[in-house]
Design a protein around this ligand. Sequence first.
Ligand code: DLL
Length: 430
Amino acid sequence: MFWDQELETLPRPALEKLQLKRLQDTVRRVSQNVPFYQQQFAALGIKPDGIKSLDDVRRLPFTTGVDLRATYPDGLLAMTRDHSVRLHTSSGTTGKPKALFFSAKDVDNAAELIARSLVMTGITRQDVFQNMMSYGLFTGGLVMHYGAEKVGCLVIPAGPGTSDRQLMLMQDFRTTAIHILPSYALYFAGFLEQKGIDPRKDLALRKAFVGAEPHTEETRKRIEEAFGIDVYNSYGLTEMNGPGVAFECEHKAGLHLWEDNYILEIIDPITCEPVPDGQTGELILTTLKREAMPILRYRTRDITSIIPEPCKCGRTHCRLNRITGRSDDMLIVRGVNIFPQQIERVLMSMPQVGRNYVIILEGLDDMTVKVELSAVGFDGQVEHLTALQSQLVEKLRAELLVKPKVDLLPPGSLPVAEGKAKRVVDKRSI
Ligand code: DLL
């Protein structure tokens, strides 16, 4: 199903022509209104009318998270503040957050991208959409909410709330679609199990949209199996509007990035040179339609690759592979580079393993993976546990090339985060 078939299937030459025009407009606007970019352009000798082809995007300066913090609160605004109608911030671990302003058109445009994204997975106005992500400065609440309303769904702004209340809403209003953090979806599946609720029989759910956290294909499968529903991967970041930047279509084979709104590049994060299509690198995004706060060549730090083949759905907007993590998430353990996702993949492929885990680094580079068991794994037989533990250590060693310690824990014994899950506790740096 299409929300805007013409735009979603625009032939590449027309799509690229549209991108170039919007890029030229964006560069002109920031060169007139944003001192930060004016200074960068002056240093690099960039004139707005020098942008003649899409390849010229590579002449533009990168914008980094550090730049957003340095220009906090409103140094990157391209309009006066009274044109802005909404503020979101990106959760920083330390210091000031990154502040992002939206004009009324920006709010509407962000909703439009969500509407497109939801409709391409088969959502209609008949759906009851329970938004289980946090409302407030985080974009997962409001941005998704406006988009689902635009489609015409009945939207329940549940927020992350308590699981009992989520279940009550789902039962009473016959929720058909949920928007949820993947880590919470895993937890919630366990909660339903404990309550003796069979989602296939007792609930009306048919789809879930998961994002905002890195997660693996194995995790998606687990959520699909636990609820008996289709689960779609949704990618976005506050700096680029929040959710709705890239989304899976009904084929669940990579995320379509809405190229009429963003120019994407994949670069080698060290050399900053482009990598060939299909090769993994850091995703760089330039906004093309943002009014209040356009951003050029944003270094997302997210690691992914382009899927060069066209999609069966007929959309011409390029697909990205699942984000495998952030370049700054990479752990170096005994000289070996490790992404937490590699560990999740191994854990979630084993039925004896439960739904929550944490990776602890301490001492002189010792890694411990603390992982909950599933009901199958937790059968109380010590010899089974010993065998499982050795099996996990061996599988992880083969995947990571580093031998971790594995602690097996009873189901439900690890703490559950209120927001995004914190999978790594690095005590080495404390
Ligand atoms: O997480 C926006 C969002 C809300 C996306 C709801 C999807 C659903 P931030 O809090 O700024 O914004 O965090 C953005 O989260 O740079 C990625 O590192 C990570 N991320 C977001 N979606 C995915 C995903 C929102 N589907 C940061 N897979 C991004 C992997 C994701 N990582």
